[in-house]
Write a protein that binds this ligand. Sequence first.
Ligand code: FAD
Length: 385
Amino acid sequence: MLFTPEHETLRRTVERFCRDELNPHVDAWEDAGAFPAHEVFGKLGALGLLGLTKPVTAGGAALDYSYAVVLAEALGSCRCGGVPLAIGVQTDMATPALARIGSAELQQEFLAPAVAGEMVACIGVSEPGAGSDVASISTTARKDGDDYVINGGKLWITNGAQADWMCCLVTTSAGSPHRNKSLVVVPMKTPGVTVARRIRKLGMHCSDTAQIFLDDVRVPQRYRIGEEGMGFTYQMQQFQEERLWGAANSLGSLDNAIADTIEYTRGRRIFGKSVLDQQVVHYTLAELQTEIEALRALVYRATGLFVAGQDVTQLASMAKLKAGRLSREVADKCLQFWGGMGYTWENPVARLYRDGRLGSIGGGADEVMLSIISKLAGTQPKPAP
Ligand SMILES: Cc1cc2nc3c(=O)[nH]c(=O)nc-3n(C[C@H](O)[C@H](O)[C@H](O)COP(=O)(O)OP(=O)(O)OC[C@H]3O[C@@H](n4cnc5c(N)ncnc54)[C@H](O)[C@@H]3O)c2cc1C
């Protein structure tokens, strides 16, 4: 049994936090194109919600990953995707490698304040010339005395404009692209780090997404996470948490879209009966609820195996693929049943339609998930000898 009464207590705490601390402000934050990350993370940190799975020495609770999945799923009751995404970056995208293999000193300097909500973190993998093909990044870190000098840039960095530090993937040597990279913590106030611009996007409006330039950025080599040359491997491991988190988070927002649509269509009358009473409407919703439950079962199964110490790269990729596709399907079909109301800007399903579209692109596009799944299934054609 994956979940206990403690998990349910956590779920209720997070849902209450969304209701009281986030949802009343979401519309204003969406209009402003940003939310106050330090303020919100400070409150989450005080509740212990940013360090559920992090080591006790860094202020965390050292719980297993099933608690992170409950947090992600319950954050789906936030009435936008942007704030949960920012929280997920902090807890499960920028910090897993640091928590797993970062030195005690580095954890004290950067992980502990992130767990406390005093520092905002971001993850810097993607670049203008490298997204899906992570191994082809061109940001370099050259050794100079005890330092690295970093040159290059990162694109699409969530939390980038507000972050205090970045977990940054850089190339540290020549050689095989899978063995020449390292993860390095880059404090964002270091000279040479420039937040070039916030990017205007289709959705996730209150999540800041930045382009970052790195020009002769000097950081001590002790800011490297783990071994030199292992960064690509660490990032691939870190993607397991990122993808599970994303899939779990989508569950909550999909449940909400269905519930909102049931409520609206039940009250709206056409041709002498409610919209919900039209068979095509309640049958379609039943189909979608079945798909959501199937996704939930997949996410929970992957989580159970991950907690048991197994590599769940394939299942996490399947969950992310399914979550991205289902978000698009649920948002589109539910929106239709709202009629003109579904086409209005503030409508919650319209927001899911915009925000949820990221699910099939960010953190690895659907095609990248298909490539991983087929590679691990042994069905990809072998390279010519
Ligand atoms: C709102 C937002 C937030 C983001 N946040 C972050 C962040 O915090 N940190 C970070 O590092 N990155 C972040 N990203 C970047 C994100 O992870 C990349 O956009 C994603 O990995 C895809 O890379 P790309 O945009 O360069 O697309 P490309 O790599 O140019 O790919 C374009 C398209 O090619 C297709 N494709 C890809 N691979 C294959 C394949 N093997 N076979 C067939 N077709 C394929 C897919 O349809 C894909 O969408 C964010 C992106 C967005 C939009």
